[in-house]
Design a protein around this ligand. Structure first.
Ligand SMILES: Nc1ncnc2c1ncn2[C@@H]1O[C@H](COP(=O)(O)OP(=O)(O)O)[C@@H](O)[C@H]1O
Ligand SMILES: [Mg+2]
Length: 304
């Protein structure tokens, strides 16, 4: 009998999204086992753990990276694995680093003429001189390098701006003040060179916040997403363009909104999206006819 390839699943990490990553990783471990791989489960607290694990026997054929957020999704892990010469799933270090930072992401998209809402950048240093009265409200204030809607605030007037900025700046040293988009929200999962069926997200909350993502039972996920085939194909093509603009590969998830006038606005690219059995990429894959086990198998095949 042929020996099963060994895949190591990296999960946990030290970012705010640690708990989600532990759950995503547990699902991936199970999926890979079902798909016939020999799996090393690697729950880690940080990158130093990774160095030790990689040097132990048996050495995996591939690291399946399910670390969300800073440390795992932002190029640091990718750089480390390059140095250690261990192949890994997902985007390389440059695309990971670019995509982690929502300001840099938007600069690239804007430079390429891709639609993303206007924004200001505010740093710890510019906070004192930032003119809150020059802003057209409402806006979304968000840390540049967070995820899971952590540290984000909708701000309706100049009165609440300083406080929102100060709070967002506790999560990162630079934040975005982004024009508020009034419209419907969608996400586009990307697998290989293909966009999967889109998902429409509906929440009674002000926006798709942490509670709506992980706790509420009032969030609705529509897949098929309700757009005409033509409209969906146009957004899928836009998402693929946005994905490639950042140099991303293998997989990812583009968040996008469509305003009342039908204009799409790109929000962000996630290069290590959630992978619990309730997550969005598995949901889109299912609509495309791929089970969770088949999805993780595809990700391995695309990466080796
Ligand atoms: N400019 C905006 N206008 C309206 N809602 C927004 C805007 N930016 C983000 N949101 C809402 O906040 C959520 C999280 O924002 P996103 O940029 O995707 O960051 P995260 O990395 O936390 O997912 C989105 O899913 C959307 O519901
Ligand atoms: Mg998002």
């Amino acid at each position: 009998m042929q020996k099963k390839p060994i895949i190591a699943v990296l999960r946990g990490g030290s970012a705010n999204e640690r708990e989600i990553s532990l759950r995503s990783g547990a699902a991936v471990v199970e999926g890979l086992q079902q798909a016939g791989y020999e799996v090393l489960d690697w729950p880690v607290d940080g990158l130093t753990d990774v160095i030790a694990l990689v040097q132990q026997a048996p050495r995996p054929l591939l690291v399946f990276n399910v670390l969300h957020g800073r440390g795992g999704e932002d190029g640091q892990l990718q750089a480390l694995l390059e140095v250690l010469k261990v192949p890994y799933t997902g985007s390389g270090l440059l695309a990971s680093a670019l995509s982690m930072d929502k300001v840099v992401t938007k600069r690239i998209w804007q430079a390429m003429g891709l639609p993303t809402a206007d924004y200001y950048q505010v740093t710890q240093a510019s906070l004192a001189t930032f003119d809150v009265d020059a802003v057209r409200y409402p806006v979304m204030v968000k840390p540049a390098r967070e995820g899971s809607s952590i540290g984000m605030f909708k701000v309706d007037s100049a009165d609440n701006m300083q406080s929102a900025l100060t709070q967002a700046l506790t999560f990162d040293d630079h934040v975005l003040v982004e024009s508020w988009i009034d419209g419907a929200e969608y996400t586009v999962a990307i697998l290989g060179d293909q966009a999967l069926p889109m998902i429409r997200l509906k929440t009674p909350n002000v926006f798709y916040d942490y509670e709506a993502k992980y706790q509420a039972n009032t969030t609705e996920y529509l897949c098929p997403c309700g757009l005409s085939a033509e409209a969906e194909e146009a957004i899928q093509a836009l998402a693929l363009e946005a994905f490639h603009a950042l140099g991303a590969k293998t997989w990812g998830r583009i968040d996008v909104m469509i305003d009342q006038q039908g204009q799409p606005w790109l929000l962000e690219l996630n290069t290590v999206p959630g992978m619990t059995d309730h997550s969005l990429v598995p949901m889109a894959a299912k609509q495309a006819g791929l089970s969770f086990d088949q999805l993780v198998d595809r990700l391995v095949q695309l990466s080796i």
